[in-house]
Design a protein around this ligand. Structure first.
Ligand code: FE2
Length: 427
């Protein structure tokens, strides 16, 4: 349904855009036609003056002057032009005639005359009356038989109502054609685009599930090294996300937190069994090697773009709030928020879960231990938030079996993993 709506809205927008574009193009072409028509008309009418009066324009006697004035009035009568002026070659007005309709647009005519100059070429300018009526002012040089400039003809043409109606009809007809053509084109391509889109969504979904599967496999691979299942990964991820939600962390950071929680110890793949599985306490040298799992983990997740989001947790999950952690020794809020959140979840799960070498610790004892490290190991704000949710979280998660945990985790993945862009968590 969502895809249908999106597609229809886009097609509608294209439809409107093309209609406006083609409507504007048709209007522009019609205006060009009017220009050409008026220029031809003005040329034709100016020829009359040239032939009859060309050589008298610059030295008319009283008789010719009267005839020129009479002829300008004749030009008004046939309603091609509503204003006609004749100038001599010195650009002095020698005859003019105006239709009564000119009064309504006198101000516009004088405004356009100001920026039109009498030149030795056809020159025209179009403007609109208050009712959308089209006017064209045209100026044409008048020539003698020897092709010398004898004077100038200036006319203001008013498009006849019939011409205006034809223009409107042609624009409407073109728009109607565009609307109908695009409508039928959209009808034809709609199912094709829809089918392609569905295919794309299916492929994106496949890719997403492949990535999630890889996340679980990679997390599970290292879990297999030191325990039987990756249940610790499941629990610690759920704890971390619930703490992040309670602390008000933004969705895009929680996406990074999920990946990081799953892969926090992936670098242990590079640690030898002799050290990783050693039952007793590690020597200083062995501990130094063990600490390199952080660097190895960053190397591993850094090789795949989709996993790079996990780097903050992988790199900094052993840092402590007072700066006494490893392997950088970051302090306070210099430690990325996701790593600070994960540290609480990781230690809480280590305390409250059964391990080959220890029994689970009761909730109250675990919380007391966490509280003792408030401000030293852990971010005090996060510990306070965790204290508020620990009880219900513990009851729901700590004793849950693999199936239930996997369901809970899948629920989180469905909620937080968008198909769009995810940004890196800030430091
Ligand atoms: Fe670790």
């Amino acid at each position: 349904m969502h895809v249908h709506r999106k597609l229809i809205i886009r097609l509608l927008l294209v439809w409107i855009f093309l209609s406006v574009l083609i409507g504007a193009a048709v209007f522009f072409l019609e205006m060009r036609k009017i220009d050409a028509y008026v220029a031809a008309l003005a040329l034709e009418e100016s020829r009359d003056f040239e032939r009859a009066h060309g050589r008298f324009l610059n030295n008319p006697d009283q008789l010719h002057l009267e005839r020129l004035r009479e002829e300008t009035r004749e030009h008004i009568k046939d309603e091609h032009f509503i204003a006609v002026k004749l100038y001599n070659r010195d650009r002095e007005l020698i005859a003019e005639a105006n239709h009564p309709a000119v009064r309504l647009i006198e101000e516009k005519i004088s405004r356009h005359r100001l920026d039109i100059t009498l030149i030795d070429d056809v020159h025209f300018r179009k403007f609109f009356g208050s009712g959308g009526q089209i006017f064209v002012m045209v100026q044409i040089p008048l020539k003698t038989t020897g092709q010398e400039t004898a004077g100038y003809f200036e006319g203001v043409y008013k498009a006849a109502p019939r011409t205006m109606a034809e223009i409107k009809n042609r624009i409407l007809l073109s728009l109607l054609q565009v609307v109908v053509i695009i409508f039928f084109t959209a009808l034809v391509i709609y199912p094709i685009v829809l089918s392609l889109n569905r295919g794309l969504i299916r492929l994106t979904g496949d890719l997403f599930h492949a990535n999630i599967g890889m996340l679980k496999v990679l997390g599970g691979a290292i879990a297999k090294r030191d325990s039987d299942t990756n249940i610790h990964n499941y629990r610690v991820t759920i704890y971390a996300v619930r703490l992040a939600e309670a602390a008000g962390l933004q969705r895009e950071y929680i996406v990074c937190l999920i990946k990081g929680s799953f892969l926090h110890d992936v670098g242990k793949i590079a640690i030898s069994d002799r050290i990783l599985l050693k039952p007793g306490k590690l020597t200083d040298e062995e501990m130094a090697i063990m600490k390199t799992h952080v660097r190895h983990g960053v190397d591993i997740v850094g090789h795949y773009d989709w996993l790079k989001d996990a780097a903050d947790v992988v790199r900094y999950h052993h840092e402590k709030f007072d700066g006494s952690g490893y392997e950088v020794g970051l302090k306070g809020h210099d430690i990325p928020i996701n790593a600070r959140i994960f540290a609480v979840a990781d230690v809480f799960d280590a305390l409250t879960s059964r391990r080959p070498y220890k029994e689970p610790i009761a909730l109250e004892t675990a919380m007391r231990i966490l509280m003792e490290s408030r401000g030293s190991h852990f971010d005090p704000m996060l510990i306070d938030v965790f204290a508020r949710i620990a009880d219900s979280l513990y009851k729901e998660i700590s004793g849950a079996d693999d199936k239930l945990l996997e369901n809970r985790l899948d629920g989180l993945i469905d909620r937080y993993f968008p198909t769009g862009h995810q940004k890196r968590a800030p430091g």
